[in-house]
Design a protein around this ligand. Structure first.
Ligand code: HEC
Length: 139
């Protein structure tokens, strides 16, 4: 939910929502760990590489830039690997996405990518950082 919508809610409700939701982030903010991307690379070599190289070309970026990682997570959970869809765990898909982010030049950070679609839906695939929270609205 955009932060400005919180202003329309009664204060107690808005505070409760703000406390349980992190501010939206982008993939330029450092949203995965190097270890997670390494695990994703191992998975990729074993289960993905037989059909395709890591998606780091202009077509992949053009398709996914501006969309949220929840959509990429859902797609990969439901459709991949094409030979055995639905066989990956949520942790495996999160690490595969971390690897894809690294292959697309996105920086690593201190916190791992959540293996959770709702949380991933709050991270946008973008090469531009989100506004720093210190200067963002405080409620
Ligand atoms: C049996 C072959 C096969 C395997 C194995 C496979 N894929 Fe795919 N993958 C495909 C095909 C074919 C497409 C394109 C599908 C389409 O365009 O409809 C695709 C597309 C994708 C896309 C979307 C790319 C885009 O440009 O939007 C992602 C992400 C993806 N695969 C991830 C994975 C991951 C992660 C694994 C390993 C766990 C994997 N795939 C294993 C065949 C495979």
């Amino acid at each position: 939910m955009p932060l400005r919508l919180l202003a329309l809610l009664p204060l107690g409700v808005a505070t409760a929502i703000a406390a349980t939701q992190q501010a939206p982030r982008t993939t330029a903010d450092g949203v995965y760990t190097p270890q997670q991307a390494d695990a994703g690379k191992d998975l990729w070599v074993m289960r993905c590489q037989s059909c395709h190289q890591p998606h780091n070309g202009p077509n992949f970026k053009a398709k996914w830039m501006g969309r949220d990682l929840g959509q990429l997570f859902e797609y990969t959970m439901n459709e991949m690997p094409k030979s055995d869809p639905g066989s990956l765990s949520e942790d495996e898909v999160a690490s595969a996405i971390a690897f894809l982010m690294r292959a697309n030049g996105m920086p690593a950070g201190a916190t791992a990518l959540p293996a959770d679609q709702a949380a991933l839906a709050r991270i946008r695939f973008d090469s531009v950082r989100s506004a720093p929270t210190s200067t963002g609205p405080r409620r």
